[in-house]
Design a protein around this ligand. Structure first.
Ligand code: ZN
Length: 639
């Protein structure tokens, strides 16, 4: 959690106060400047008087308005009283008229997140490949942020930052189904509380709060269209399918102010020769949505934000996909913001901004107060007043530590430099080396020290020193697991220790590529192809290899071996909901219902809306003779 003084929002509020005080435009001073209020009697009656004085005053005014008897001799003060009353009535009437008007004209908000879309493929950011005609058209009506940076190269983590306006070490969401904490500010929830209709249409099981990796993401949504089947782990929809479902909802529902989030997944599994084609298919889906909004007359008064959750390495720095490294290929993303009535259309913001800033920006554009827990700042203010000023941008990936047992990576972009905190530290001058190919860490010592101290100063703004603790087990859960023979649970997670520890992901990226490819093969049913790679990798302390192996063996009904590997996976990542679910299912299949129940209950805590876990628990409780509990689980599964 952040300590209060660091947020841009708070700093900005303090700035405003200072301005008010200096210019004398505060409400108190306004009244004091009026000649009428220089008279102590008038001031006490109209601003600060007690209730009974006010009543007297109101009654007197009412009599005069109805033309009742005037007191003899109209003094200057009486005239001023009347004028003041008239003025107050006019103001009151204006406010009464204005409030419903505001309610009617509140903008619709459409947030489009493009899965894995690189900034350098966008025409509006200078690409000459001609892949994005629809986005380029939208860009002409929008503010274009030329240098926007994600805070993490991972789908669920980055979406959590976009929707909560907080850093990954604050929201603590990971790619292993850790629930989104209900105490976090959440954009859909905040808008819903202000009367917005809220709907989400996502293209991947990763963003399915009931069956996937993002429990809690449906908070504040009237409609959350996901419904993927975890038995088919590659549950995905194309951008076109997602847009079609969203348009059906738009055209069949009432039009109050609406918050619509669409996640277009076309680029998720695109690589080398399919990547550019997938960019175009996502662009076409955006075009279809915009055309539908126009037909429904919902375009003009809508705020449309388009952003990618992260980019894609496509082999840069030897990383095939995304999730480990923090170079521009995966961290620099496209960001467009079309405001209502196309305000500031065509403006280009050259300064560096962050995905952290999106939630505060959308709230400000909708005239909803920004919660102080949000850690970004409004980009409207940036676009209006300082479009060329760089914000430093922080990013991190806990994935190498959590998935493979290596070091966490963190990056700090400040000025023209990219600094990467890793076991083998890195420093790049992006002005001369945009591809980050020449590490200056050993030659530019003074710059290295400056960048390192800036990142340390940033750490100190967080209560926990900026380190993630993703273990997320309650003490009773730790006890239960320890009694089942799990070891090492009391040990602090290595990411909670100071400084980068463990193997450097740079030295191991080939293995990460292999394991991720093996998991992709499993999800596509090619288990034979995946097994040898995972068996080799499982010898190292890789949670992902152990989990993948366990899940693959369970599919082949080799439950004893599956349990062995899933047990190791849980020792490495005790908070992994899916490892608990898988081992629970395998234990039940092999007749150990008592142990199965412990794991399934852990999974249920983390995936409370997942039907599969309730069905599996019902069966397990029946075998244990717990009939009432079994019935309760069946009831939940039917909901
Ligand atoms: Zn993603």
């Amino acid at each position: 959690m952040l300590t209060a003084p660091m947020t841009g929002v708070i700093a900005a509020e303090q700035d405003n106060k200072t301005e008010d005080q200096q210019s004398g435009d505060g409400p108190g001073k306004f009244f004091q400047r009026r000649p009428v209020s220089t008279h102590p009697h008038v001031r006490s009656h109209c601003n600060e008087c007690a209730q009974d004085h006010r009543r007297e005053h109101r009654e007197a005014a009412a009599i005069r308005l109805w033309g009742a008897e005037e007191p003899s001799g109209i003094t200057l003060i009486t005239m001023l009283h009347r004028l003041l009353w008239l003025w107050l009535l006019i103001v009151t009437a204006a406010v009464l008229v204005y409030i419903p008007a505001l309610a009617v004209t509140r903008p619709n908000i459409v947030l489009i997140t493009l899965e894995s879309a690189r900034a350098d493929r966008m025409g509006f950011l200078g690409s000459t490949r001609g892949l994005t005609p629809n986005l380029d058209g939208l860009a002409r009506q929008s503010i274009v942020f030329e240098r926007a940076y994600a805070q993490a190269p991972l789908t669920v983590v980055s979406h959590a930052t976009i929707l909560t306006g907080t850093y990954p070490q604050t929201h603590q969401v990971n790619e292993f189904a850790s629930p989104l904490n209900s105490a976090l500010p959440y954009l859909p929830d905040l808008l819903h509380a202000r009367g917005y209709h809220t709907a989400a249409f996502v293209g991947s099981i990763r963003l399915d709060p009931k069956n996937g990796w993002s429990p809690g993401f449906d908070r504040g949504f009237d409609v959350y269209d996901a419904g993927f089947d975890p038995a088919r782990a590659n549950g995905e929809r194309t951008g076109d399918q997602v847009v079609t479902r969203a348009i059906k909802w738009i055209t069949s529902s009432e039009h109050g102010p609406t918050f619509l989030w669409l996640h277009l997944n076309d680029l998720q599994s695109a690589s080398g020769n399919t990547y550019d084609r997938a960019v175009t298919s996502a662009d076409t889906a955006v075009g279809k949505l915009i055309a539908a909004l126009r037909t429904q007359k919902l375009s003009e008064n809508s705020i449309i934000a388009v952003v990618a959750d992260h980019g894609e390495s496509l082999g840069a720095h030897a990383e095939e996909t995304h999730g480990v490294f923090l170079y521009d290929e995966t961290i620099r993303v496209p960001l467009l913001l079309k405001l209502a009535q196309n305000e500031m259309a065509g403006r280009h913001v050259k300064g560096r901004v962050r995905l952290l800033d999106i939630a505060p920006t959308v709230l400000e554009a909708a005239a909803v107060p920004v919660p102080s827990q949000m850690q970004g700042q409004s980009l409207l203010r940036v676009a209006r007043t300082s479009p060329d000023t760089d914000q430093p941008a922080y990013s991190r990936s806990d994935f190498p530590q959590q998935a493979f047992g290596w070091s966490v990576l963190e990056s700090w972009r400040g000025g023209k430099y990219l600094y990467i905190r890793a076991p083998k530290v890195e420093l790049y001058d992006l002005s001369t080396d945009p591809g980050a190919t020449r590490n200056l860490a050993s030659t530019a010592k003074a710059t290295l020290t400056t960048m390192a101290s800036q990142l340390e100063a940033f750490d100190s703004r967080f209560e926990n020193g900026g380190k993630s603790d993703n273990r997320g087990l309650s003490s009773s859960e730790v006890q239960k697991l320890a009694s089942l023979g799990y070891v090492g649970l009391e040990r602090p997670a290595s990411s909670a220790q100071s400084g980068p520890t463990g193997a450097d992901p740079k030295d191991n990226i080939a293995q990460a590529n292999q394991i991720l490819q093996a998991l992709a093969n499993i999800s596509q049913g090619r288990i034979e192809k995946a097994l040898p790679i995972l068996q080799q990798a499982a010898a190292a302390k890789s949670y992902l290899a152990q989990y993948g192996l366990g899940a693959a063996l369970a599919r082949r009904q080799q439950y004893a071996q599956a349990i062995e590997h899933l047990h190791k996976a849980i020792e490495l990542q005790p908070n992994s909901a899916w490892a608990h679910y898988e081992i629970g299912a395998s234990l039940a299949k092999s007749g150990d219902f008592k142990t199965a129940a412990v794991h399934l209950e852990l999974a249920r805590t983390r995936l409370p809306k997942f039907r599969g876990v309730h069905l599996q628990l019902a069966e397990t409780y029946e075998h244990l003779g717990k009939t009432a509990e079994a019935q309760a689980e069946r009831k939940k599964a039917a909901q």
